[in-house]
Design a protein around this ligand. Structure first.
Ligand code: SF4
Length: 297
């Protein structure tokens, strides 16, 4: 049996809210409908426990749109006080409004699923946002902050991934001329999970098609210089613990999410430790994933 002392969770992915101001068809975020948000007081306590007892070092915050979380600035302040690194996946719509807070984040990830407003709209149902994101990517620079984009590869855009990378390359040329750090990209394979399941036919591609597109891209090193990870099909499951807006803690496995506990249950910590004590191979895979930094979000 694994003892409590040696269990570490250096990374946690949290989805503090399921609120979002976009309506992307392929969204596989937490189910929408009724708004669910993590209660900030409880979340702070959970972060304390993860930090003190599980050696938490990095939190990835996604959603929904995480800047719409009712206690977004409180959460960021808490993580800064605790010296926990923050990776924020935002859709970019509130970039100007929260620019002050965004300067304090360690890594910002914006969507980049098309190469112009029309192709972007096919994925995100918002034409105007593409131009706004391009402006942010060209102009935003904070020393020591990483800025990245996430590309969701699907049936819609798989045949022009190279155009998307080319556009990113043009943006990076502009950044490098100004001595800014480049924008990095991660390409994800669309997965028909949760909310997104109903759009399976419209968006889903198989792993072979995804690999083929990635291999073709990789042949052109100029285009993929800044693509740090092409994940999901390359990573094994058990990538990271995920905390959802309703308090459920999940461990993603290839075709399903395993629910481990719920933080509104006073026994959540014991349940978490017990699960990994009974499933040590899952814990080992989780640790390998942390070491390789291939978490899917
Ligand atoms: S994919 Fe992201 S931006 Fe789009 S609706 Fe879902 S949570 Fe919002």
């Amino acid at each position: 049996m694994m003892s409590e002392i040696i269990i570490k969770f250096p990374r946690l992915d949290i989805f503090p809210t399921n609120k979002c101001n976009l309506l992307c068809d392929f969204c596989h975020g937490p189910p929408k409908g009724k708004v669910q948000e993590l209660e900030i007081g409880l979340l702070e306590k959970v972060i304390d426990i993860f930090k003190k007892q599980f050696d938490l070092q990095t939190i990835s915050i996604a959603g929904g749109e995480p800047t719409l979380y009712y206690a977004f600035s409180t959460l960021v302040s808490k993580l800064k006080e605790d010296d926990i690194k923050i990776r924020l996946l935002t859709n970019g719509t509130t970039f100007k409004k929260y620019s002050g807070i965004l300067k304090t984040i360690d890594e910002i990830v914006l969507p980049f699923d098309g190469y112009d407003p029309e192709t972007f709209e096919k994925m995100r149902k918002n034409k105007q946002l593409f131009n706004e994101i391009v402006v942010h990517l060209k102009e935003w620079y904070v020393p020591n902050q990483k800025i990245s984009v996430g590309v969701v590869a699907s049936k819609i855009n798989i045949d022009y991934l190279h155009e998307i990378m080319k556009k990113l390359g043009e943006i990076n040329q502009i950044r490098l001329k100004k001595h800014y750090s480049p924008v990095y990209a991660r390409i994800f394979m669309f997965a028909a999970q949760s909310n997104g399941a109903k759009w399976k036919d419209k968006f889903e591609i198989n792993v072979d098609k995804f690999y083929k597109a990635i291999q073709t891209l990789k042949k052109n090193k100029e285009l993929t210089k800044w693509v740090s990870h092409c994940i999901d099909c390359e990573s094994e499951s058990y990538t990271c613990l995920m905390l959802y807006p309703g308090g459920d803690v999940y461990l993603p496995e290839k075709d399903r999410f395993i629910q481990l506990t719920n933080i509104y249950n006073p026994e959540w910590k014991t349940e978490l430790i017990t699960y990994f004590s009974l499933n040590p191979t899952h814990y080992e895979k989780l640790m390998q994933s942390h070491e390789q930094n291939n978490c899917r979000s």
